[in-house]
Design a protein around this ligand. Structure first.
Ligand code: HEC
Length: 144
């Protein structure tokens, strides 16, 4: 099912069973992550082809990624408990780096772009190695 169809199906569910559909048409965490991957590829493509505009664009998209739907945030918070602030901190690390990369790209500063890019990949993987499996298990046990 493509995204458009999924959104349409989700709105249909929303009309038919308002109490069941919690997330509406906001992208789920997994979809947000798939977009982050596309944006990261955009940044690396830009680095490899000396296209700073593309780098800036990919980084800006990461900086402005949609918020996790409130229903999913609640599930994650319930599962992680006191670890929730650490999870949010890891999200902030990636966010701050995306802003840094975007500024470096606009300044045509290749070294700063590459340094930010390397730290960003570490940031993605830091969260994944600690939380990805646990959070994915919590979210996949819930109907969307
Ligand atoms: C704060 C934690 C956190 C950060 C930071 C993070 N991720 Fe994720 N990521 C997750 C979680 C949790 C999942 C599992 C989501 C699920 O399966 O519902 C995930 C899953 C993914 C997936 C797999 C999606 C799929 O189809 O199964 C990709 C790709 C991904 N992330 C890319 C990225 C990229 C690229 C970055 C950095 C720019 C990043 N993530 C940063 C938490 C994070």
């Amino acid at each position: 099912m493509n995204r458009q169809k999924r959104i349409r199906a989700a709105s249909l569910i929303l009309i038919l069973a308002p109490t069941v559909a919690m997330t509406g048409d906001a992208p789920a965490l997994k979809e947000i992550m798939q977009e982050l991957r596309d944006n990261l590829i955009e940044i690396s493509d830009g680095i490899l082809t000396d296209d700073f505009e593309q780098v800036a664009q990919g980084a800006a998209s990461i900086a402005e990624h949609p918020k996790i739907p409130p229903a999913q945030v609640a599930l994650v918070a319930a599962a992680l408990g006191p670890e929730m602030p650490a999870f949010k901190r890891l999200d902030n690390v990636v966010h701050d780096l995306s802003v840094e990369i975007s500024a470096a790209a606009e300044a045509l500063d290749r070294d700063a772009v590459i340094s930010g890019y390397q730290r960003m990949i570490e940031g993605c993987v830091d969260c994944h190695s600690t939380y990805k499996k646990r959070v994915a298990a919590v979210l996949s046990s819930q109907p969307e």
